[in-house]
Design a protein around this ligand. Structure first.
Ligand SMILES: Cc1cc2nc3c(=O)[nH]c(=O)nc-3n(C[C@H](O)[C@H](O)[C@H](O)COP(=O)(O)OP(=O)(O)OC[C@H]3O[C@@H](n4cnc5c(N)ncnc54)[C@H](O)[C@@H]3O)c2cc1C
Length: 442
């Protein structure tokens, strides 16, 4: 049996371990922390089960996680549809305008801007046929000379932050074009006219994010399903056991050094920060190392509130466009009431953090924004829990080259949210594991 060592037991590492053991490898998964799951876990705070940030899992109809679940999971999590995305602005709530028709009547931005934006959007869609370099054209490049009102620019900026963790100056236009049916850019240089017509049909008729869901039982249920799907033999997970060094010789990788000794390996899958890979491997080419070290991560702040009053009665989440900071608000106990004590609601408020920040100032800012939006909420808080975490190891931003699954060293592969440009979060992590499968099969 070929030996594989997986470094990191977040969702990317655990999915890689499961796939490899089922493909016939003998697998050791190493995790630095005392528990598995990384950024994809749930834990108890005063009787509430909080996730590591509010999560909605995307592309569940036939996207990458579905493909992996169909082929490799013996036990699958139960998912409940996310419902609508709502925009909250000036105290009003309305569904996110997914279609061109709905957008034409979207009252939160001025009518003149709506018409201009529609023209902009249609023109960009048609340009896709000629495959311009949308990865390196920012949203700001497109809107800056168009005399949009501040309100419209704020709306666009909030959407960019929601999709990439960065504002419109850094968000590439391609992030808005990324979809399940848009073929891998490396395989296909220009877009098929049929794809173009399909994507146009989508923006005219699509009802919304129909294949997005929340996992019943919280994020932990995804991790538990992966663990339960692992066979009894040929896979070991070692917690509290960080990889200290990756050994190589002129033929490729040979093993991983840990505090308990060296584990021999034919292949090594690295799922931690690619930017930190040079600390573990000695002989990476300089150009490759430089590219890795340029990767920018995203930081986010989440405030979980337990409430003894129902402030959110809808199934779905809210994008707070006017608050400072803007926030994404997910009442997770509306999907699964067992996450909160009886009669209580559990709500996650997530926002991005600026490059430089002070923890306490950002926490106060977020809490103040919530109190301003929902006056009186303070009297109904029964649990308050903050998390400062990294949703993505590299943001999808302009002029950033993400490394691919294959590295310059034979037998050393990368997975995780900093190894592919598609989608985000767990969906992106799953795409990276499909890339791994393809690479090892080649
Ligand atoms: C606020 C927030 C909201 C989010 N919303 C969504 C969402 O709506 N939808 C979605 O799909 N995703 C979302 N995400 C993102 C998603 O949770 C992450 O992208 C995903 O969990 C990352 O998984 P990963 O395995 O690539 O990385 P990680 O989870 O970071 O896993 C890496 C693991 O490697 C371990 N490690 C590091 N160094 C070593 C070493 N030397 N040796 C051994 N182990 C090591 C770490 O301890 C960690 O466990 C969100 C995240 C946050 C924080």
């Amino acid at each position: 049996m070929k030996k594989a060592v997986v470094i990191g037991a977040g969702i990317s590492g655990l999915l890689s371990g499961l796939v490899l053991v089922k493909e016939g490898y003998s697998v050791t998964v190493l995790e630095a922390m005392d528990k598995v799951g990384g950024m994809c876990r749930s834990y108890n705070v005063n009787g509430y089960s909080v996730d590591t940030g509010p999560h909605i899992i995307t592309r569940l109809q036939n996207g990458p996680l579905r493909k992996l679940m169909d082929k490799y999971f013996d036990v699958t999590p139960d998912f409940i549809p996310h419902g609508e995305y709502y925009i909250r602005s000036k105290g009003k709530i309305c569904p996110f305008p997914w279609t061109l028709g709905a957008f034409a009547f979207f009252e939160h931005i001025p009518k003149k801007d709506r018409i201009m934006l529609l023209q902009n959007l249609l023109s960009l869609y048609s340009q896709r046929i000629f495959s311009p370099d949308f990865d390196n054209i920012s949203v700001w490049d497109i809107v800056k000379n168009k005399s949009y009102s501040d309100r419209t620019l704020r709306f666009i900026d909030t959407l960019c932050k929601f999709l990439t963790g960065n504002g419109m100056e850094k968000t590439p236009v391609s992030r808005f074009m990324d979809s399940q049916d848009y073929k891998n850019k490396n395989e296909k240089k220009s877009q098929d006219p049929i794809d173009y017509l399909n994507s146009l049909k989508n923006i005219i008729t699509k009802k919304g994010a129909e294949d997005q869901c929340y996992p019943i039982g919280g994020l932990q249920s995804i991790i538990e399903s992966i663990l339960k799907s692992m066979p009894k033999n040929n896979i070991v997970i070692k917690c509290d056991c960080p990889a200290e060094k990756i050994n190589t010789n002129d033929k490729g990788v040979t093993g991983v050094v840990t505090k308990d000794g060296t584990i021999p390996a034919d292949i090594i899958i690295y799922s931690s920060y690619s930017s930190e890979l040079p600390n573990l491997v000695d002989n990476l080419p300089e150009v490759y190392k430089n590219d890795l070290q340029k990767l920018e991560k995203v930081m986010s702040l989440t405030l979980w509130l337990g409430l003894d009053k129902t402030y959110f009665d809808k199934i779905g989440s809210e994008i707070w466009m006017d608050s400072t900071p803007p926030a994404w608000v997910v009442p997770v106990s509306n999907y699964d009431s067992s996450l909160a004590p009886e009669g209580h609601q559990l709500v996650g408020f997530a926002t991005n953090l600026p490059e430089k920040y002070n923890d306490d100032d950002e926490k106060s800012r977020l809490m103040a924004a919530i109190e301003k939006e929902l006056p009186g909420i303070k009297d109904h808080i029964t649990m308050e829990h903050y998390q400062i975490v990294v949703p993505e190891k590299a943001a999808w931003v302009v002029h950033q080259k993400m490394p691919s699954c294959k590295t310059p060293i034979k037998g050393l592969y990368l997975v995780g949210t900093d190894t592919t440009h598609k989608s985000m979060g767990i969906t992106r992590a799953s795409y990276s594991v499909l890339n791994l499968l393809e690479a090892i099969k080649k």
